[in-house]
Design a protein around this ligand. Sequence first.
Ligand code: AQP
Length: 333
Amino acid sequence: MAKKIFSGVQPSGNLHLGNYLGAIKNFVNLQNEENNECVYCVVDLHAITVKQDPNELKDSIRETTAAFLASGLDYKKSIIFNQSSVAAHSEVSWILSCTARMGWLNRMTQFKEKAGKDKEKASVGLYIYPILMAADILLYDSTHVPVGEDQKQHLELCRDIAQKFNIEFNCQNFLVAPEPLIQKSFSRIMSLKDGTKKMSKSDPSDLSRINLNDSKDTIINKIKKAKTDDKTLPSDKKNLNERPEVENLLGIYSSLSDQNLESTVNEFSGKNFSEFKKKLSELVVEKISPISVEINKLYKDKEFIDKILNDGAEKANKIASKKVSELKKIVGF
Ligand code: AQP
């Protein structure tokens, strides 16, 4: 059955292997399935929930777009645009803020993680971020949302908001409660320095992640420095308990080679880390370097990137403005 797909990525820094394996690879597969209607958004309004340098943000928006295209998204098949160029996202976010409940937002673990110990100093935007995310998705009547595992709770909130709005305003099925599409395995790629923390753009250590625009040498060096332990590689995946960094590296290898963890464990059973890391580096370089070369090439053509974003915004605006005017009528404006 044809699906209506929506997803977004924040232009908050260099995209990394976690974004690619957890989300973008899936965006491309869904785009290439027959009849799917895909909308992929560079979510710049989300990015400013934490401080961004205005000049760098502009470049990051283009770079994220370049990474979309370099990974295989095709602007002729999918709508690709940046969120702030379609005003309906902010407008609907406000209306849905009046449907969402404080208690629901208080349960969001990503806010707790990102705000850290000093919640009082976090922006209000960071707190209500999941409502904007719900608006993004619901504006396009999206049926499916490909995301990494870390976004699952936000998707559940989006469903709750849609259902409550439909009941409150007696408009059954007006807002479509979407299904998350989360990879079954390796849906959460962890930091190369700490296997209990997810790989993230905002990690202060660049050695914690492989960026999609890293050079070949940088990739090799980061994998060489990735944390492991002093044992050999296990012969059974059950023995990966309590070895999160090792499990993560084996997971990355499995995901990039499209094989399950068991096969990877068998392939490297009893081997030492230098041998495994050499193979892993070769594989990451093989899969990521072509993307990196393409990002750097596309990124230089700013006019081309801006044209894609403008054309995408025009198409997105057509869909979103129709939905927002229906929504306003329902609310009584
Ligand atoms: N480590 C990860 N493993 C698997 N999937 C991941 N995603 C992010 N990190 C991982 C998925 O990538 C998509 C885009 O994420 P995002 O950039 O919009 O926001 P994020 O989840 O907050 O990503 P980061 O890298 O951690 O960014 P910062 O540090 O700026 O907050 C999402 O589908 C996400 O699940």
